[in-house]
Design a protein around this ligand. Structure first.
Ligand SMILES: Cc1cc2nc3c(=O)[nH]c(=O)nc-3n(C[C@H](O)[C@H](O)[C@H](O)COP(=O)(O)O)c2cc1C
Length: 210
């Protein structure tokens, strides 16, 4: 998967949120899994392509396994890679976190990136695409909601979830039964775009203070 995917398209007249203002929302899609042999990029690619096809969003795929995300675990000063990651999170109006479930929660590397940042999350909406074994990553998402509440982020209710994820995609990364996940992705992105538009306008008229 490329380290980043950008798509800027013209706003459509019948689309509200970012397109209504003529300024698409900048969506950072964060791939939370960094494990060797991970399934995450397959899920991230499927989702990012759907998001990038919308007129109200531009998409930046932030792969935490990439060199941009090399943050130390001991919270010392980050190197240039860490600063580049911070700049991309700061530029985003909204986030979607792609998370697997590890032992009933989310990956440690994802927590490290969350904890390294503060204002970058403030007053911004966050959606989730989760995957895993039987759980579909739903427990990971519930844990992330609590963490992001502490960071003054707004998590959207609807999610996209893949249980037994390895059974749902073929070797080319195509879904065997796309209708359900596509509908879920649209519902989640519609909610995310509403919040993203509202919060971007609010931040621009009155800086968020925490
Ligand atoms: C250390 C570890 C713990 C896991 N724990 C769970 C779990 O608690 N619940 C679940 O549904 N799946 C669990 N799984 C399955 C993963 O969610 C699944 O393998 C997924 O593909 C992992 O994402 P990744 O391949 O992108 O790293 C676990 C996998 C690993 C490697």
């Amino acid at each position: 998967m490329p380290a980043s995917l950008s798509a800027t398209v013209s706003p459509a007249a019948n689309v509200t949120t970012g397109a209504a203002t003529g300024r698409p929302l900048r969506l950072a899609v964060i791939t939370g899994s960094v494990r060797e042999g991970r399934f995450g990029p397959t899920v991230a690619r499927w989702f990012a392509e759907r998001a990038a096809a919308r007129p109200d969003l531009t998409v930046d795929v932030v792969d935490l396994a990439g060199s941009d995300a090399e943050l130390p675990l001991h919270m010392a000063a980050p190197g240039p890679g860490g600063a580049a990651l911070t700049a991309r999170l700061d530029a985003a109006d909204a986030f979607v976190v792609i998370t697997p479930e590890y032992n009933h929660s989310y990956p440690a590397g994802l927590k490290n990136v969350i904890d390294w940042h503060r204002e970058e999350w403030h007053a911004k909406p966050i959606g989730f695409v989760s995957y895993g074994g039987l759980s579909g990553g739903l427990r990971a998402v519930e844990h992330l909601r609590v963490v992001f509440a502490e960071l003054h982020a707004v998590t959207v209710r609807d999610t996209v979830s893949f249980h037994l994820v390895w059974n749902q995609f073929d070797d080319q990364g195509r879904l065997a039964e796309p209708a359900g996940p596509e509908g879920a992705a649209t519902a989640m992105l519609d909610q995310l775009a509403w919040w993203g538009d509202a919060l971007r306008a609010a931040r621009s008229t009155r800086p968020f203070a925490a």
